[in-house]
Design a protein around this ligand. Structure first.
Ligand SMILES: Nc1ncnc2c1ncn2[C@@H]1O[C@H](COP(=O)(O)OP(=O)(O)OP(=O)(O)O)[C@@H](O)[C@H]1O
Ligand SMILES: [Mg+2]
Length: 254
């Protein structure tokens, strides 16, 4: 292990995100991320030439997102937490998606599958020219992707963005349309929290739960997405009607 590897790993292990007590001397039960994940982080660092982890951008119940550097360029490393990612919730989005039907689905495998699903969904969306972070790779419960933001700060979520909201809405509509008609996917957790604005463009993120349009609950998820989007834009003073949006997205209004 080089000194650089070691410092990155130490930085990770001793960051507050990993240790509940804040006391680095405590034993492994205090580490929020299990050792399997630490090992996976370390393997990913080798596999994808990650120089070091810069800072955690966000730490939620289910994942932690780091800004990192690979070959001197900023990237994002998103790590799904093995223990708190809710199994039953995941199952709902994996079961019924023909692309993942024949996979074994025990606890850790479903988290790995979730990670791979986010990667595949991002890649598919990207191939259909939808504004999403470019996926770089994945390893177990870790996914790497393009970093959206400046050296100093990550791009803001749409809810905190100063982008022109009229323009943002037309971009979101178009992306939802391409996602449905070309990528044949429904995001299934779309909201002002899961869109970032970068250089005046609205990017969709967080595709772990996204499903094929063939999924038995796809329509329900799509309607929920449309309601979230309209609620947000209506609050911002932009006219957004859920039924109009749905027919635009599915291409029925053409
Ligand atoms: N590519 C990116 N570039 C910059 N910031 C990002 C990027 N991806 C994620 N983020 C930041 O991290 C936050 C969390 O990311 P994301 O929504 O993918 O994870 P999450 O909400 O924890 O996902 P899940 O609900 O599946 O656990 C985002 O709201 C955003 O602020
Ligand atoms: Mg999110």
């Amino acid at each position: 292990m080089t000194a650089e590897d070691r410092s990155a790993l130490e930085q990770l292990i001793f960051s507050k995100e990993f240790i509940r007590s804040g006391d680095p001397g405590r034993k492994t039960q205090d580490i929020v991320f299990d050792l399997r994940t630490l090992k996976a982080v370390f393997e990913s660092m080798k596999k994808f030439n990650i120089d070091y982890l810069d800072f955690p951008i966000m730490s939620g119940k289910e994942s932690i997102v780091f800004k990192a550097y690979s070959r001197k360029k900023p990237i994002v490393v998103k790590i799904f937490k093995m223990s708190t990612l809710r199994f039953s919730n995941l199952y709902l989005y994996v079961q019924g998606d023909r692309r993942f039907e024949n996979e074994k689905k025990d606890r850790s495998r479903i988290v790995y599958l979730w990670t791979r699903k986010e990667f595949i969904n991002l890649r598919t969306a990207r191939e259909c020219h939808i504004a999403v972070p470019n996926p770089i790779g994945f390893h177990q419960n870790i996914i790497l992707m393009q970093y959206l933001g400046t050296a100093a700060s990550p791009s803001p979520e749409l809810r905190k963005s100063s982008i022109d909201m009229e323009d943002a809405y037309s971009q979101v509509r178009e992306s939802m349309h391409l996602l449905y008609t070309k990528a044949k996917l429904v995001h299934a957790d779309l909201s002002e929290y899961n869109m970032l604005t970068y250089r005046n463009k609205v990017y969709m993120i967080d595709f772990g739960q996204s499903v094929s349009i063939e999924h038995p609950s796809a329509q329900i998820f799509l309607e929920r997405d449309a309601r979230n989007v309209c609620n947000f834009f209506n609050r911002k003073g932009i006219k957004c009607d859920v039924n109009d949006l749905l027919s635009f997205v599915t291409g029925e209004s053409a």
